[in-house]
Write a protein that binds this ligand. Structure first.
Ligand code: HAM
Length: 414
Protein backbone atom coordinates (compact mmCIF):
# COMPACT_ATOMS: atom_id res chain seq x y z
CA UNK A 1 0.00 0.00 0.00
CA UNK A 2 1.28 3.46 -0.87
CA UNK A 3 2.25 5.58 2.12
CA UNK A 4 0.21 8.81 2.27
CA UNK A 5 2.38 11.88 1.63
CA UNK A 6 2.32 14.65 4.20
CA UNK A 7 1.94 18.32 3.30
CA UNK A 8 2.69 21.55 5.12
CA UNK A 9 -0.42 22.59 7.13
CA UNK A 10 -3.00 24.79 5.37
CA UNK A 11 -1.95 28.42 5.21
CA UNK A 12 1.73 27.65 5.80
CA UNK A 13 4.56 27.33 3.30
CA UNK A 14 8.14 26.24 3.02
CA UNK A 15 10.60 28.96 2.18
CA UNK A 16 12.57 27.50 -0.72
CA UNK A 17 16.16 28.61 -1.11
CA UNK A 18 15.52 31.24 -3.75
CA UNK A 19 12.92 32.93 -1.54
CA UNK A 20 15.09 32.47 1.52
CA UNK A 21 17.75 34.54 -0.22
CA UNK A 22 15.25 37.29 -1.00
CA UNK A 23 14.07 37.31 2.61
CA UNK A 24 17.65 37.58 3.89
CA UNK A 25 18.26 40.48 1.54
CA UNK A 26 15.06 42.22 2.62
CA UNK A 27 16.06 41.72 6.26
CA UNK A 28 19.43 43.30 5.54
CA UNK A 29 17.90 46.30 3.79
CA UNK A 30 15.24 46.81 6.49
CA UNK A 31 17.91 46.66 9.19
CA UNK A 32 19.96 49.30 7.37
CA UNK A 33 16.98 51.68 7.10
CA UNK A 34 15.69 51.15 10.65
CA UNK A 35 19.17 51.24 12.18
CA UNK A 36 19.69 54.68 10.64
CA UNK A 37 16.46 55.77 12.34
CA UNK A 38 17.81 54.74 15.75
CA UNK A 39 15.83 51.50 16.07
CA UNK A 40 17.49 48.52 17.74
CA UNK A 41 16.66 44.87 17.12
CA UNK A 42 14.35 43.15 19.60
CA UNK A 43 12.77 39.71 19.95
CA UNK A 44 9.87 38.39 21.97
CA UNK A 45 8.65 34.76 22.31
CA UNK A 46 6.52 33.20 19.61
CA UNK A 47 3.83 32.39 22.19
CA UNK A 48 2.46 34.44 25.07
CA UNK A 49 -0.23 34.20 27.74
CA UNK A 50 -3.57 34.35 25.93
CA UNK A 51 -4.59 37.14 28.31
CA UNK A 52 -2.01 39.49 26.73
CA UNK A 53 -3.78 39.53 23.38
CA UNK A 54 -7.28 39.56 24.86
CA UNK A 55 -6.38 42.68 26.81
CA UNK A 56 -3.95 44.20 24.33
CA UNK A 57 -5.50 43.58 20.92
CA UNK A 58 -9.07 43.64 22.24
CA UNK A 59 -11.79 41.07 22.94
CA UNK A 60 -14.06 42.37 20.20
CA UNK A 61 -11.55 42.23 17.33
CA UNK A 62 -11.64 39.54 14.63
CA UNK A 63 -8.11 38.58 15.61
CA UNK A 64 -9.07 37.67 19.19
CA UNK A 65 -12.55 36.37 18.39
CA UNK A 66 -11.72 34.00 15.59
CA UNK A 67 -8.11 34.02 14.46
CA UNK A 68 -5.91 33.02 17.37
CA UNK A 69 -4.07 29.72 17.67
CA UNK A 70 -4.73 29.13 21.35
CA UNK A 71 -3.73 26.00 23.27
CA UNK A 72 -3.24 24.75 26.79
CA UNK A 73 0.21 23.77 27.92
CA UNK A 74 0.75 20.73 30.13
CA UNK A 75 0.26 22.84 33.21
CA UNK A 76 -3.21 23.95 32.06
CA UNK A 77 -2.16 27.53 31.19
CA UNK A 78 -3.76 29.12 28.14
CA UNK A 79 -1.13 30.19 25.62
CA UNK A 80 -1.50 31.77 22.18
CA UNK A 81 0.81 31.86 19.17
CA UNK A 82 1.37 35.60 18.73
CA UNK A 83 -0.96 37.12 16.12
CA UNK A 84 0.91 40.45 16.24
CA UNK A 85 3.90 42.09 17.88
CA UNK A 86 2.81 45.33 19.54
CA UNK A 87 1.21 43.85 22.65
CA UNK A 88 4.24 41.56 23.24
CA UNK A 89 6.70 44.46 22.89
CA UNK A 90 4.64 46.54 25.35
CA UNK A 91 4.52 43.56 27.72
CA UNK A 92 8.32 43.33 27.51
CA UNK A 93 8.67 47.12 28.04
CA UNK A 94 6.72 46.81 31.30
CA UNK A 95 8.38 43.57 32.38
CA UNK A 96 11.90 44.96 31.99
CA UNK A 97 11.15 48.38 33.46
CA UNK A 98 12.17 49.99 30.19
CA UNK A 99 10.46 53.25 31.19
CA UNK A 100 13.67 53.85 33.19
CA UNK A 101 15.72 53.92 29.98
CA UNK A 102 16.16 57.14 28.01
CA UNK A 103 12.89 57.70 26.12
CA UNK A 104 11.69 57.06 23.51
CA UNK A 105 12.75 53.41 23.41
CA UNK A 106 12.92 52.43 19.74
CA UNK A 107 12.78 48.76 18.79
CA UNK A 108 12.39 46.81 15.58
CA UNK A 109 11.57 43.15 15.05
CA UNK A 110 11.25 40.49 12.38
CA UNK A 111 9.69 37.07 12.84
CA UNK A 112 6.77 34.69 12.43
CA UNK A 113 3.18 35.55 13.40
CA UNK A 114 0.07 33.38 13.36
CA UNK A 115 -3.55 34.05 12.46
CA UNK A 116 -6.19 31.46 11.69
CA UNK A 117 -7.49 33.21 8.57
CA UNK A 118 -8.91 31.81 5.37
CA UNK A 119 -5.75 31.10 3.40
CA UNK A 120 -5.34 32.76 -0.02
CA UNK A 121 -2.62 34.49 -2.00
CA UNK A 122 -0.94 36.94 0.35
CA UNK A 123 -2.87 35.70 3.37
CA UNK A 124 -1.36 32.93 5.43
CA UNK A 125 -1.79 31.32 8.82
CA UNK A 126 1.90 31.65 9.51
CA UNK A 127 3.43 34.80 8.03
CA UNK A 128 6.33 37.06 8.87
CA UNK A 129 6.28 40.67 9.87
CA UNK A 130 8.95 43.30 10.04
CA UNK A 131 7.89 45.99 12.49
CA UNK A 132 8.90 48.84 14.76
CA UNK A 133 7.65 50.24 18.06
CA UNK A 134 8.70 53.53 19.65
CA UNK A 135 7.65 53.88 23.29
CA UNK A 136 7.73 56.79 25.68
CA UNK A 137 6.94 59.86 23.60
CA UNK A 138 3.81 61.35 22.08
CA UNK A 139 5.73 63.80 19.93
CA UNK A 140 4.16 64.03 16.45
CA UNK A 141 7.63 63.77 14.91
CA UNK A 142 7.71 60.18 16.10
CA UNK A 143 4.51 59.42 14.18
CA UNK A 144 5.90 61.09 11.05
CA UNK A 145 9.28 59.39 11.44
CA UNK A 146 7.58 56.05 11.81
CA UNK A 147 5.52 56.52 8.62
CA UNK A 148 8.61 57.70 6.74
CA UNK A 149 10.61 54.69 7.85
CA UNK A 150 7.94 52.33 6.55
CA UNK A 151 7.94 54.24 3.26
CA UNK A 152 11.72 53.89 3.16
CA UNK A 153 11.67 50.16 3.89
CA UNK A 154 9.13 49.68 1.10
CA UNK A 155 11.26 51.79 -1.22
CA UNK A 156 14.39 49.78 -0.34
CA UNK A 157 12.41 46.60 -1.02
CA UNK A 158 11.38 47.77 -4.49
CA UNK A 159 7.70 48.30 -3.66
CA UNK A 160 6.65 51.21 -5.86
CA UNK A 161 3.43 53.14 -6.10
CA UNK A 162 1.92 52.03 -2.79
CA UNK A 163 -0.80 54.37 -1.52
CA UNK A 164 -0.41 55.77 1.98
CA UNK A 165 -3.68 56.25 3.86
CA UNK A 166 -3.63 58.32 6.98
CA UNK A 167 -6.15 59.26 9.65
CA UNK A 168 -6.56 60.04 13.32
CA UNK A 169 -8.77 58.23 15.80
CA UNK A 170 -8.33 60.77 18.59
CA UNK A 171 -7.74 59.78 22.18
CA UNK A 172 -9.97 57.28 23.95
CA UNK A 173 -11.82 60.03 25.82
CA UNK A 174 -12.52 62.22 22.83
CA UNK A 175 -13.60 59.15 20.89
CA UNK A 176 -16.31 58.21 23.39
CA UNK A 177 -18.66 61.08 22.52
CA UNK A 178 -18.17 60.40 18.82
CA UNK A 179 -18.88 56.69 19.29
CA UNK A 180 -22.20 57.59 20.94
CA UNK A 181 -23.08 59.66 17.89
CA UNK A 182 -22.05 56.83 15.54
CA UNK A 183 -24.04 54.22 17.49
CA UNK A 184 -27.16 56.38 17.29
CA UNK A 185 -26.67 56.74 13.54
CA UNK A 186 -26.13 52.98 13.08
CA UNK A 187 -29.27 52.19 15.10
CA UNK A 188 -31.26 54.55 12.88
CA UNK A 189 -30.11 52.55 9.82
CA UNK A 190 -30.11 49.12 11.43
CA UNK A 191 -32.27 47.62 8.68
CA UNK A 192 -29.61 48.17 6.02
CA UNK A 193 -26.64 46.81 7.98
CA UNK A 194 -25.07 43.36 7.75
CA UNK A 195 -25.83 41.02 10.61
CA UNK A 196 -22.21 41.04 11.71
CA UNK A 197 -22.08 44.82 11.97
CA UNK A 198 -25.46 45.00 13.68
CA UNK A 199 -24.28 42.52 16.32
CA UNK A 200 -21.31 44.76 17.11
CA UNK A 201 -22.90 48.20 17.12
CA UNK A 202 -22.53 48.50 20.89
CA UNK A 203 -19.19 46.80 21.24
CA UNK A 204 -17.24 48.06 18.24
CA UNK A 205 -19.20 50.41 15.96
CA UNK A 206 -16.06 51.61 14.12
CA UNK A 207 -15.75 48.22 12.46
CA UNK A 208 -18.77 49.14 10.32
CA UNK A 209 -16.43 51.33 8.22
CA UNK A 210 -14.48 48.19 7.34
CA UNK A 211 -17.44 46.11 6.11
CA UNK A 212 -17.64 44.64 2.59
CA UNK A 213 -21.44 44.32 2.80
CA UNK A 214 -23.04 46.56 0.13
CA UNK A 215 -25.89 47.88 2.30
CA UNK A 216 -23.51 48.66 5.15
CA UNK A 217 -21.14 50.46 2.81
CA UNK A 218 -23.94 52.67 1.56
CA UNK A 219 -24.95 53.54 5.13
CA UNK A 220 -21.34 54.26 6.10
CA UNK A 221 -20.78 56.63 3.18
CA UNK A 222 -22.97 59.18 4.96
CA UNK A 223 -22.01 58.28 8.55
CA UNK A 224 -20.54 60.90 10.89
CA UNK A 225 -16.74 60.92 10.72
CA UNK A 226 -14.42 60.61 13.67
CA UNK A 227 -11.93 62.90 11.98
CA UNK A 228 -14.52 65.72 12.14
CA UNK A 229 -15.06 65.17 15.86
CA UNK A 230 -11.48 65.30 17.15
CA UNK A 231 -10.67 67.32 20.26
CA UNK A 232 -8.59 70.45 19.56
CA UNK A 233 -5.44 68.74 20.96
CA UNK A 234 -5.93 65.66 18.80
CA UNK A 235 -6.65 67.76 15.73
CA UNK A 236 -3.50 69.78 16.32
CA UNK A 237 -1.42 66.63 16.81
CA UNK A 238 -2.75 65.24 13.53
CA UNK A 239 -2.15 68.50 11.69
CA UNK A 240 1.47 68.49 12.88
CA UNK A 241 2.00 64.88 11.69
CA UNK A 242 0.59 65.87 8.29
CA UNK A 243 2.79 68.99 8.13
CA UNK A 244 5.91 66.95 8.87
CA UNK A 245 5.01 64.45 6.15
CA UNK A 246 4.37 67.34 3.74
CA UNK A 247 7.80 68.76 4.57
CA UNK A 248 9.30 65.34 3.83
CA UNK A 249 7.44 65.33 0.49
CA UNK A 250 5.71 62.05 1.27
CA UNK A 251 2.37 61.82 -0.49
CA UNK A 252 -0.66 60.51 1.43
CA UNK A 253 -4.43 60.40 1.34
CA UNK A 254 -6.35 61.40 4.45
CA UNK A 255 -8.93 58.63 4.75
CA UNK A 256 -11.41 59.23 7.57
CA UNK A 257 -12.80 55.70 7.10
CA UNK A 258 -9.46 54.03 7.81
CA UNK A 259 -10.09 51.46 10.51
CA UNK A 260 -7.42 49.10 11.69
CA UNK A 261 -8.26 45.62 12.95
CA UNK A 262 -6.78 46.15 16.41
CA UNK A 263 -8.37 47.98 19.35
CA UNK A 264 -5.35 49.70 20.87
CA UNK A 265 -5.01 52.59 18.44
CA UNK A 266 -5.31 56.24 19.47
CA UNK A 267 -4.64 59.32 17.36
CA UNK A 268 -2.55 58.58 14.21
CA UNK A 269 -3.34 55.47 12.14
CA UNK A 270 -1.91 54.66 8.72
CA UNK A 271 -1.67 51.94 6.13
CA UNK A 272 0.21 51.41 2.87
CA UNK A 273 -1.81 49.68 0.17
CA UNK A 274 -0.51 48.17 -3.04
CA UNK A 275 -2.69 47.32 -6.02
CA UNK A 276 -0.29 44.47 -6.82
CA UNK A 277 -1.72 42.41 -3.97
CA UNK A 278 -5.29 41.87 -5.15
CA UNK A 279 -7.78 41.41 -2.34
CA UNK A 280 -5.08 41.61 0.33
CA UNK A 281 -4.06 45.16 -0.42
CA UNK A 282 -2.43 46.04 2.91
CA UNK A 283 1.36 45.83 2.75
CA UNK A 284 1.96 47.41 6.11
CA UNK A 285 0.25 49.59 8.65
CA UNK A 286 0.26 50.87 12.18
CA UNK A 287 -0.37 53.85 14.36
CA UNK A 288 -0.25 55.31 17.81
CA UNK A 289 -1.35 53.37 20.90
CA UNK A 290 -1.04 55.74 23.85
CA UNK A 291 -3.09 53.63 26.28
CA UNK A 292 -1.68 50.17 25.68
CA UNK A 293 1.26 50.08 28.09
CA UNK A 294 -0.93 51.30 30.96
CA UNK A 295 -3.55 48.72 30.04
CA UNK A 296 -0.91 46.04 30.42
CA UNK A 297 -0.07 47.25 33.94
CA UNK A 298 2.76 49.67 33.13
CA UNK A 299 3.09 53.41 33.77
CA UNK A 300 1.12 55.62 31.35
CA UNK A 301 3.34 55.50 28.26
CA UNK A 302 2.54 56.63 24.73
CA UNK A 303 3.72 54.55 21.78
CA UNK A 304 3.64 54.39 18.01
CA UNK A 305 4.73 51.79 15.45
CA UNK A 306 3.87 49.65 12.46
CA UNK A 307 4.28 46.21 10.99
CA UNK A 308 4.52 45.07 7.38
CA UNK A 309 4.06 41.59 5.96
CA UNK A 310 7.32 40.17 4.63
CA UNK A 311 5.53 37.94 2.11
CA UNK A 312 3.34 40.82 0.95
CA UNK A 313 6.37 43.10 0.52
CA UNK A 314 8.03 40.47 -1.66
CA UNK A 315 4.82 39.90 -3.64
CA UNK A 316 4.51 43.62 -4.32
CA UNK A 317 8.21 44.15 -4.98
CA UNK A 318 9.49 44.92 -8.45
CA UNK A 319 13.12 44.42 -7.51
CA UNK A 320 15.17 41.59 -8.90
CA UNK A 321 16.83 40.42 -5.71
CA UNK A 322 20.35 39.06 -6.18
CA UNK A 323 20.57 35.39 -7.04
CA UNK A 324 22.81 33.01 -5.10
CA UNK A 325 26.49 34.01 -5.33
CA UNK A 326 28.45 31.96 -7.88
CA UNK A 327 30.77 29.24 -6.56
CA UNK A 328 33.99 27.68 -7.78
CA UNK A 329 33.56 24.00 -8.64
CA UNK A 330 36.10 21.26 -7.96
CA UNK A 331 35.76 18.29 -10.31
CA UNK A 332 37.58 14.97 -10.19
CA UNK A 333 38.80 13.10 -13.29
CA UNK A 334 39.63 9.39 -13.41
CA UNK A 335 43.19 10.06 -12.14
CA UNK A 336 42.04 12.26 -9.23
CA UNK A 337 40.86 11.31 -5.73
CA UNK A 338 38.17 12.45 -3.40
CA UNK A 339 40.86 13.37 -0.86
CA UNK A 340 42.58 15.77 -3.29
CA UNK A 341 39.30 17.45 -4.17
CA UNK A 342 38.23 17.64 -0.54
CA UNK A 343 41.60 19.16 0.41
CA UNK A 344 41.33 21.80 -2.32
CA UNK A 345 37.76 22.78 -1.41
CA UNK A 346 38.73 23.07 2.26
CA UNK A 347 41.65 25.36 1.34
CA UNK A 348 39.40 27.47 -0.91
CA UNK A 349 36.75 27.84 1.78
CA UNK A 350 39.37 28.78 4.38
CA UNK A 351 40.45 31.53 2.01
CA UNK A 352 36.85 32.76 1.91
CA UNK A 353 35.98 31.35 -1.51
CA UNK A 354 32.53 29.78 -1.95
CA UNK A 355 33.26 26.39 -3.48
CA UNK A 356 31.72 23.00 -4.05
CA UNK A 357 33.07 19.60 -4.97
CA UNK A 358 31.78 16.62 -6.83
CA UNK A 359 29.68 14.54 -4.40
CA UNK A 360 27.21 12.65 -6.57
CA UNK A 361 29.30 10.15 -8.53
CA UNK A 362 29.03 11.97 -11.88
CA UNK A 363 31.27 11.33 -14.86
CA UNK A 364 33.69 14.16 -15.70
CA UNK A 365 31.33 15.26 -18.47
CA UNK A 366 28.43 15.21 -16.01
CA UNK A 367 30.49 17.23 -13.52
CA UNK A 368 31.23 19.94 -16.08
CA UNK A 369 27.56 20.12 -17.02
CA UNK A 370 26.72 20.44 -13.32
CA UNK A 371 29.29 23.25 -12.88
CA UNK A 372 27.54 25.20 -15.64
CA UNK A 373 24.12 24.51 -14.12
CA UNK A 374 25.14 25.96 -10.74
CA UNK A 375 26.62 28.96 -12.59
CA UNK A 376 30.13 28.29 -11.28
CA UNK A 377 32.68 30.94 -12.11
CA UNK A 378 35.22 28.29 -12.90
CA UNK A 379 36.28 24.67 -12.42
CA UNK A 380 39.38 23.06 -11.00
CA UNK A 381 39.77 19.53 -12.30
CA UNK A 382 41.91 17.47 -9.94
CA UNK A 383 43.63 14.47 -11.44
CA UNK A 384 47.27 13.95 -12.19
CA UNK A 385 47.68 17.63 -11.42
CA UNK A 386 45.17 20.47 -11.14
CA UNK A 387 43.70 22.25 -14.16
CA UNK A 388 41.78 25.54 -14.06
CA UNK A 389 39.00 26.47 -16.49
CA UNK A 390 37.29 29.84 -16.24
CA UNK A 391 33.64 29.44 -17.19
CA UNK A 392 33.45 33.20 -17.86
CA UNK A 393 36.36 33.58 -20.29
CA UNK A 394 36.96 29.95 -21.29
CA UNK A 395 40.63 30.33 -20.32
CA UNK A 396 42.29 27.00 -19.43
CA UNK A 397 45.59 26.39 -17.72
CA UNK A 398 47.50 23.97 -15.52
CA UNK A 399 47.89 24.99 -11.87
CA UNK A 400 51.07 24.39 -9.83
CA UNK A 401 49.32 23.26 -6.64
CA UNK A 402 46.72 24.07 -4.00
CA UNK A 403 48.34 27.41 -3.08
CA UNK A 404 48.24 28.65 -6.64
CA UNK A 405 44.69 27.37 -7.06
CA UNK A 406 43.62 29.41 -4.05
CA UNK A 407 45.33 32.50 -5.49
CA UNK A 408 43.53 32.08 -8.81
CA UNK A 409 40.16 31.56 -7.13
CA UNK A 410 40.57 34.56 -4.82
CA UNK A 411 41.48 36.65 -7.86
CA UNK A 412 38.37 35.50 -9.70
CA UNK A 413 35.87 36.11 -6.92
CA UNK A 414 37.19 39.52 -5.83
P1 HAM B 1 -1.73 44.49 11.00
O1 HAM B 1 -2.26 45.49 10.05
O2 HAM B 1 -2.69 43.54 11.61
O3 HAM B 1 -0.96 45.31 12.12
O4 HAM B 1 -0.59 43.65 10.28
C1 HAM B 1 0.49 44.30 9.65
C2 HAM B 1 0.80 43.66 8.33
O5 HAM B 1 1.02 42.26 8.48
C3 HAM B 1 -0.32 43.74 7.30
O6 HAM B 1 -0.29 44.97 6.64
C4 HAM B 1 0.04 42.59 6.36
O7 HAM B 1 1.03 43.01 5.44
C5 HAM B 1 0.66 41.58 7.29
N1 HAM B 1 -0.31 40.51 7.60
C6 HAM B 1 -1.31 40.53 8.50
N2 HAM B 1 -2.00 39.38 8.50
C7 HAM B 1 -1.44 38.60 7.54
C8 HAM B 1 -1.70 37.28 7.02
N3 HAM B 1 -2.67 36.51 7.52
N4 HAM B 1 -0.91 36.82 6.02
C9 HAM B 1 0.09 37.58 5.51
N5 HAM B 1 0.39 38.82 5.97
C10 HAM B 1 -0.36 39.32 6.96
C11 HAM B 1 -0.31 44.76 13.19
O8 HAM B 1 -0.04 43.58 13.29
C12 HAM B 1 0.14 45.78 14.21
N6 HAM B 1 0.83 45.07 15.31
C13 HAM B 1 1.02 46.81 13.57
C14 HAM B 1 1.50 47.84 14.55
C15 HAM B 1 2.71 47.92 15.13
N7 HAM B 1 0.78 48.85 15.02
C16 HAM B 1 1.52 49.54 15.87
N8 HAM B 1 2.68 48.97 15.97
Amino acid sequence: MAVAKLKAPRGTFDVLSEDALKRRELHRRAWAVLGRGGYRPFETPVFEDTELFKRGVGDSTDIVRKEMFTFEDRGGRSLTLRPEGTAPVCRAYVEHGMHKLPQPVKLWYWGPFFRHERAQAGRYRQFSQVGIEALGSDDPSLDAESVLLLAEVLEAAGVRGATLKLSSLGTRESRESYLGKLRRYLHEHEGDLSEDVRARVEENPLRAFDADHVGTRAVMAAAPRLLDSLSPEDAEHFAEVCALLDDACLGYVVDPTLVRGLDYYTRTVFEFESDKLGAQSGVGGGGRYDGLVAELGGPPTPGVGWAAGVERILLASETKFPAAPRPIYVAIDEMGTRRQAFGLVTALREAGVRSELEQAGRSLKGQLRHAARIAARGVFIVGDGIEWTSLDTGEQRPVGGVQEAVRIAVGVVT
